[in-house]
Design a protein around this ligand. Structure first.
Ligand code: AHR
Length: 514
């Protein structure tokens, strides 16, 4: 049987987890907003038209920050269309996804809804068709207390208190030729720096994210970041990263190892940002806002688009990927990578939240349910709070076509906060080990040396695995895929020995004697 081992010692720390690592993303795309979050005729809708069955699932998922309103959508969006009396809002051609945007939900509704599910808003501004003026007005609308044109308009629209939006994205994927108004790195770097400066004149307390590359496979990856940051380093707090992964053909081994590519991408962006820091003699270190990541069967979407002559429609079914156990294990593994880089990755947004490549699905007029990928995300968000510890696992390995030789084990450990700390999961002093077995057919024996944590006695083990790696959840069978509790293990003389099922994501909670 393949084997792996690791030593966990609280002396070796990567850093504290910023809870914003567990963010998500809502775009005006397909059915994410309309018939996803918002469906006034639904039996669970509140007075603002938001589905409470969905809101309950979002609360349970545990997303402390949600990016909005795009995505590609934002680069053609006039935010003014989405405020004021709902009945008077314009219907617009939405060019990014060839849809009709009714503007029934806009900034005020989103911010209020986000607060109701325990999330802060992370707003993106339009740097495609708009620029500094629209951005500064939106910051004034959202964050200025009152007594000025835009802040008084917010008050007149029913929000007497400022929205207090702390984090803002300076556009979206501005390196992508598909992006409305996309730019060269030098053009974008200047615009981002000037827009940031003016937005901070309105509200000096905000934090700003510059667009990094849309993907590591973009031809300008790394040189884009270097050029943009040479212009904008001092003006921003974070550089963004985006990454989507999918299984190509029958090559499941490569797909199960795609977190290796995410790891490399983070290291490369960190190195690029730190190079600009050194060359520019800057003092601060930039964080990373990984504000779009997930499994996305993009090639299927592109193939479908080539076939379709889609007419303009309101809330069409777009990007409604259904996630399998395998996809869920990959999502868990991508979260492990984000945690391993908790010293630099401060914000993460699972893209997206509902229906559109989301962990939650809805039927219009019908139920809402958890996709398979919901589970590793919800459990990591709940238990992955505290301090990430540095591990140096030893593992059997295998060869993959896309990523070469990779370890079978992917793992990270998080020490829960001490009593009185900021942790939210209640059980302080626990150690949480998140682990993936990438082998499709063989269980993986795992030996853990815990002599550095002598108080731990018992391990409870939750695993996401299935005899059918293609198993999915549906409206008819919403709990077909869900985590199973495996037998508890005792920790003997500082050693834990356990077995990870084939193709599985695992959460081991190691606690003192009960
Ligand atoms: O999340 C779907 C799309 O992926 C977003 O609109 C865009 O930013 C990215 O390319």
């Amino acid at each position: 049987m393949p084997a792996a081992s690791l030593t966990i010692d609280p002396a070796f720390r990567i850093g504290p987890v910023d809870p914003r690592l567990y963010g998500s993303f809502v775009e005006h795309l397909g059915r994410c907003v309309y018939t996803g979050l918002h469906e006034p005729d639904h039996e669970t809708a509140d007075k603002d038209g938001f589905r409470q069955d969905v809101a309950d699932l979002v609360r349970e998922l545990g997303v402390p920050i949600i990016r909005y309103p795009g995505g590609n959508f934002v680069s053609g969006y006039n935010w003014e269309d989405g405020v004021g009396p709902v009945g008077q809002r314009p219907r617009r051609l939405e060019l990014a996804w060839r849809s009709i945007e009714t503007n029934q939900v806009g900034t005020d509704e989103f911010v209020k809804w986000a607060g109701s599910v325990g999330a802060d808003p992370l707003l993106a501004i339009n740097l495609g068709t708009r620029g500094i003026d629209a951005a500064r007005n939106l910051v004034e609308y959202c964050n200025h207390p009152g007594g000025t044109y835009w802040s008084d308009l917010r008050r007149a629209n029913g929000s007497p208190q400022p929205h207090g939006v702390k984090v803002w994205c300076l556009g979206n994927e501005m390196d992508g030729p598909w992006q409305i108004g996309h730019q060269t790195a030098a053009e974008y770097g200047r615009l981002a720096a000037e827009t940031a400066r003016v937005m901070r004149l309105v509200d000096p307390g905000i934090e700003l994210v510059a667009c990094g590359s849309s993907h590591r496979r973009m031809p300008t990856f790394a040189s884009w970041e270097a050029t943009v940051l040479a212009e904008a380093y001092d003006a921003v707090d974070y550089v963004s990263m985006h990454a989507y992964f999918e299984q190509h053909g029958a090559d499941r081994d490569s797909f199960l190892a795609c977190a290796v590519e995410m790891d490399q991408a983070i290291e490369e962006v960190v190195a690029t940002a730190d190079h600009v820091r050194a060359a520019g003699r800057h003092r601060k270190r930039l964080g990373i806002s990984f504000d779009e990541w997930n499994v996305w069967y993009l090639s299927r979407f592109q193939a479908a688009e080539e076939q379709s002559e889609r007419d303009w429609a309101v809330a069409p079914r777009l990007l409604e990927d259904v996630y399998s156990v395998t996809d869920a294990v990959v999502v868990g593994s991508l979260l492990i990578t984000l945690l391993r880089h908790a010293d630099r990755v401060k914000i993460g947004c699972l893209a997206q939240l509902v229906n559109v490549i989301g962990p939650i699905m809805t039927a219009p007029g019908g139920p809402a349910w958890r996709q398979a990928s919901y589970h590793p995300f919800a459990l990591t968000s709940r238990y992955g709070r505290g301090t990430v510890l540095r591990l140096e696992p030893t593992s059997d390995r295998h060869e993959t076509a896309e990523h070469g030789d990779v370890p079978l084990l992917d793992a990270v450990a998080v020490l829960a906060d001490e009593p009185g700390g900021p942790g939210e999961s209640g059980e302080s002093g626990e150690l949480r080990l998140f682990a993936v077995n990438r082998h499709q057919h063989e269980p993986l024996t795992l030996d853990v040396d815990l002599r550095g944590l002598p108080g731990l006695a018992v391990a409870t083990h939750l695993a996401l695995a299935d005899d059918d790696p293609d198993a999915i959840n549906t409206a008819a069978e919403p709990d077909r895929v869900s985590p199973r509790r495996l037998a508890d293990r005792t920790i003997d003389a500082g050693r834990l020995r356990t077995v990870l099922p084939p193709l599985s994501w695992n959460l081991l909670r190691l606690s003192p004697p009960g």
